[in-house]
Design a protein around this ligand. Structure first.
Ligand SMILES: *Cc1c(COP(=O)(O)O)cnc(C)c1O
Length: 448
C-alpha cells in the first residue's frame, strides 16, 4: 500500500531526482545518499521540508558571505527591482554597475580600474584568457597564446577554463577537447619536508616556473593562479612569497598574471583581495561566488589601464567583442553593492580576525588528533586532512561525512580526505564552537 501512495504523491526529492540533473553528482549515488529539499534559509541556517536546521559551514559552495535571507541584501534587490531588473550592457549603462565598478576599482587603489562583467566564474576566467591573448595580438606578438597553470589548480569547467584546471576528475572525459597548457608545480605548503618552510616550497616552485619561462616565454600569454589557496584542490594553502616571485617573473618575461580570486576574494583570505597579502597586483583579477553575497549569478574580470588602452581604437575588431546576455545585471550588481556596504559599515574584515580565531579554537581538537595531518588555515578557510590509513573507503568518505554531518546538523562537503569549513562571516563564537563539535562527532561516527 505504501508504494502506491508514494507513487501517487511523489515528494519534492522524488520529483527532483526524476527531472533535475544535479551538478557535480553521480545521480545513481542518490539511491543511497540523501538529496535534501531546502525550503528556507535564515542567517547561517538552512531548513529542509521537515523543519530540520542545518548550519551552512561551506557558505553554499563558497558563495554566501552574510547569511541567507539577509535583510539588507534583500532590501537592496527589492529596491532595484522597482527601478530596472535588467537591461543589456552594450550601448546602455545603469547606476548599480557604475557604482560597483567604481567601488571595486577603488579597492585596488585604481590599479585595476576597468571591470568587465559576466555571470559565472568560469566565464570570468574565459574573459581573462581571451583578453590576455588578444592583447598580445594587438601588440604584434600573436605567438603568445599558451597559458601556464598550476598543478592542482581549479578555474572552472567550461572548455577554456577546464584547460587551465588540473583536477583529474573534472578533466578526465574531456581531455581531447582541451587546448595544450603548461602545468607547473603547486607551491602547496603540505609538500614541505623535514622542517622546510612554506616559503621555501614557494621558492622551489617559482624556480621551476622560471625555467619554463626562460625557455618558452615567447609563446606564453599568461599564467593563471588561485592566490594563496587552491580551494577545489583540497584547500592547498601556500606562502604569499610565491605570488611575489611570480609577479617578478611575469614582469621580467612579459607575461600576464591572472589572479583567479573567485573563491579567495571578497574577504575570504583575511584581506578583501588575497593578492594584498603579497603586496602585488595582477594584470587580471577575477571575482564571482561571494561578490553578490551568494544571491545572484555575477562574475567579473578586472584589469589595468595598459590592457584597456590596447583595445581602445577606431577599429571595431580591435575592441573586446566578448559578451554574455546578462552581463552586469542590475539586480546582481545591487546585491554586490549591498555586500560592499556591509563590509564598510560593519568593519567586516577587522571582525573576521576574531572570527578566524574562533574557527581555530573550534577545531583545536583536530590539531592534536594523531589520525589527522596538515591542519591549516587562511583567514575564513580552515582545513585538515584525515590520514589515508584511517579511512576505510576513500571514494565514499566525502559522502559518508556529508551524511553524518546532516545527522549532526551541519552542512559539510569534504574533498577527498580533506575536511574543511568556509562559513559565512556571521557566526557567533558559540555557533562556531558548535560547528567544530558537530564535525568532530560526525568524523568519529564515520571512522568508527
Ligand atoms: C568556483 C570557481 C570557479 C568557477 O566558478 P563557476 O561560477 O562555478 O563557474 C573558478 N575559479 C575558482 C578559483 C573557483 O573556485
Amino acid at each position: 500500500m505504501k508504494v502506491i501512495s508514494d507513487l501517487n504523491q511523489p515528494t519534492l526529492v522524488d520529483r527532483s531526482l526524476a527531472a533535475v540533473w544535479h551538478p557535480c553528482t553521480q545521480m545513481k549515488h542518490h539511491e543511497s545518499f540523501p538529496l535534501i529539499a531546502i525550503t528556507k534559509g535564515k542567517g547561517p541556517w538552512l531548513y529542509d521540508e521537515k523543519g530540520n536546521a542545518l548550519l551552512d559551514c561551506i557558505s553554499s559552495w563558497w558563495t554566501n558571505l552574510f547569511g541567507h535571507s539577509n535583510p539588507k541584501i534583500n532590501q537592496a534587490i527589492i529596491d532595484q527591482l522597482q527601478k530596472i531588473e535588467h537591461v543589456m550592457l552594450a550601448g546602455f549603462t545603469h547606476q548599480p554597475v557604475v557604482e560597483l565598478s567604481e567601488k571595486l576599482a577603488a579597492l585596488t587603489n585604481g590599479n585595476l580600474g576597468h571591470v568587465f562583467y559576466a555571470s559565472d566564474g568560469a566565464s570570468a576566467v574565459e574573459i581573462a584568457l581571451k583578453m590576455s591573448h588578444h592583447f598580445w595580438q594587438l601588440n604584434s606578438k600573436p605567438q603568445k597564446k599558451k597559458f601556464v597553470c598550476l598543478e592542482n589548480g581549479y578555474h572552472g569547467e567550461t572548455l577554456g577554463a577546464l584547460a587551465v584546471t588540473d583536477v583529474a576528475i573534472f578533466r578526465e572525459a574531456y581531455g581531447s577537447l582541451l587546448q595544450d597548457v603548461y602545468t607547473v608545480s603547486s607551491p602547496d605548503a603540505r609538500k614541505a619536508k623535514n622542517g622546510e618552510s612554506a616559503e621555501n616550497v614557494a621558492k622551489h616552485a617559482a624556480a621551476e616556473l622560471e625555467k619554463l619561462l626562460e625557455k618558452e616565454h615567447q609563446h606564453i600569454a599568461a599564467i593563471i593562479v588561485e592566490p594563496l589557496v587552491q580551494c577545489a584542490g583540497q584547500m592547498a594553502i601556500y606562502s604569499p612569497e610565491y605570488l611575489r616571485l611570480v609577479r617578478e617573473l611575469c614582469n621580467r618575461y612579459e607575461i600576464h598574471l591572472i589572479a583567479d580570486e573567485i573563491a579567495v576574494g571578497c574577504g575570504r583570505s583575511g584581506k578583501f583581495f588575497a593578492c594584498e597579502h603579497a603586496g602585488i597586483w595582477p594584470d587580471f583579477l577575477t571575482l564571482s561566488k561571494g561578490i553578490s553575497g551568494g544571491y545572484l549569478p555575477l562574475s567579473l574580470c578586472m584589469t589595468t589601464d595598459t590592457i584597456y588602452q590596447a583595445f581602445y581604437s577606431d577599429k571595431t575588431q580591435q575592441g573586446f567583442l566578448h559578451s554574455h546576455s546578462y552581463t552586469g545585471n542590475p539586480l546582481a550588481c545591487s546585491a554586490a553593492l549591498a555586500c560592499l556596504k556591509i563590509f564598510e559599515a560593519e568593519n567586516v574584515l577587522e571582525k573576521n580576525l576574531s572570527r578566524a580565531q574562533d574557527l581555530a579554537n573550534a577545531f583545536a581538537w583536530a590539531k592534536t588528533d594523531s589520525g589527522i595531518e596538515h591542519w591549516r588555515q587562511q583567514g575564513m578557510i580552515l582545513a585538515f586532512d584525515i590520514k589515508h590509513d584511517g579511512i576505510k573507503n576513500i571514494s565514499s568518505f566525502p559522502r559518508e561525512m556529508f551524511t553524518k554531518g546532516l545527522e549532526e546538523g551541519v552542512l559539510i562537503r569534504p574533498i577527498g580526505n580533506t575536511i574543511y569549513v568556509m562559513p559565512p562571516y556571521i557566526l557567533s563564537t558559540e555557533e562556531t564552537m558548535r560547528m567544530g563539535d558537530a564535525i568532530k562527532r560526525a568524523l568519529e561516527k564515520v571512522l568508527a
